[in-house]
Design a binder for this molecule. Structure first.
Ligand code: UDP
Length: 241
């Protein structure tokens, strides 16, 4: 059955989600729009949508092979991915291998300090509140996820890190930290959203050069080039292999 796009269900900062003619599925369309600092900073990163869609597809396939359930079903085009329709849990799960960003700010530890073993953090997915950090008790109090779901989600986050970190290192990329979103579909939990330079910090393993959205957040220049470099290493290199 040819997949046809139905109505727009949701438009976010970087993606549009459409209903489709196949029940229980949606299409994620990846845009070039970029925002940072809770949308105070806005811009365009040319080619970003294609990089993020195809990198996410590559990593979701890798995770499926490692038996991590993901919403990914099929890459439809350069910017479109067919996914299971999830009821997204309003928690942003962050895994950290190296100190950067808000962890450096909160702890005073210098950026680049190794985090061993890796840690998992939870944030409330809420634009009006600016994604505040939560602990397990807040999650329970707010009924965002059951204790069983939360335990599963944290365990999966570390398993995902165990799959992605060595894979990216082989491509010469340090996986500094990343954000995950999970959701429910027909009574089962799946990894959703995307895994891309918008949602991961990636540093060149040799030079420690930033190859992710921090180039946009911090006005470092070379934003498009960084996304294309990640595309070459993760998507193209994988196809050639
Ligand atoms: N992140 C994200 N969306 C968010 C917040 C964070 O994708 O709304 C990602 C971010 O790109 C980084 C990781 O999660 O890879 C950790 O982000 P951090 O808490 O350091 O916040 P930031 O410094 O990005 O504000």
């Amino acid at each position: 059955m040819k997949i046809e796009l139905g109505q727009k269900l949701y438009e976010g900062k970087a993606k549009i989600v459409y209903a489709t003619n196949r029940p229980g599925t949606v299409v994620q369309y990846f845009k070039d729009d970029a925002t940072a600092f809770n949308a105070l900073k806005r811009g365009t990163i040319v080619g970003k949508g294609e990089v993020n869609n195809q990198m996410s597809a590559t990593l979701f396939r890798l995770l499926e092979k490692a038996r991590v359930p993901t919403h990914f079903l099929e890459q439809l085009s350069g910017r479109e991915m067919l996914c299971r329709h999830l009821d997204i849990i309003k928690i942003e799960t962050i895994v950290r291998n190296i100190v950067a960003g808000s962890l450096a700010k909160r702890t005073g530890l210098p950026e680049g300090t190794p985090v061993r073993p890796p840690i998992v953090e939870l944030y409330y997915k809420s634009d009006p509140l600016g994604d505040p950090m939560l602990n397990d008790e807040h999650v329970r109090m707010m009924k965002l996820a059951s204790p069983k779901e939360l335990a599963w989600l944290k365990k999966q986050a570390l398993r995902i890190n165990d799959v992605l970190r060595p894979f990216l290192l082989k491509k010469g990329l340090l996986l500094v930290d990343f954000k995950l979103e999970f959701g429910r579909h027909r009574g089962t939990l799946y990894l959703g959203d995307e895994i891309s330079p918008d949602t991961c910090r990636l540093w060149d393993a040799k030079t420690r050069q930033k190859l992710d959205k921090d180039r946009f957040r911090q006005d470092l220049g070379g934003v498009e080039d960084a996304y294309q470099e990640v595309y070459r290493r993760v998507v193209q290199d994988g196809k050639a292999a």
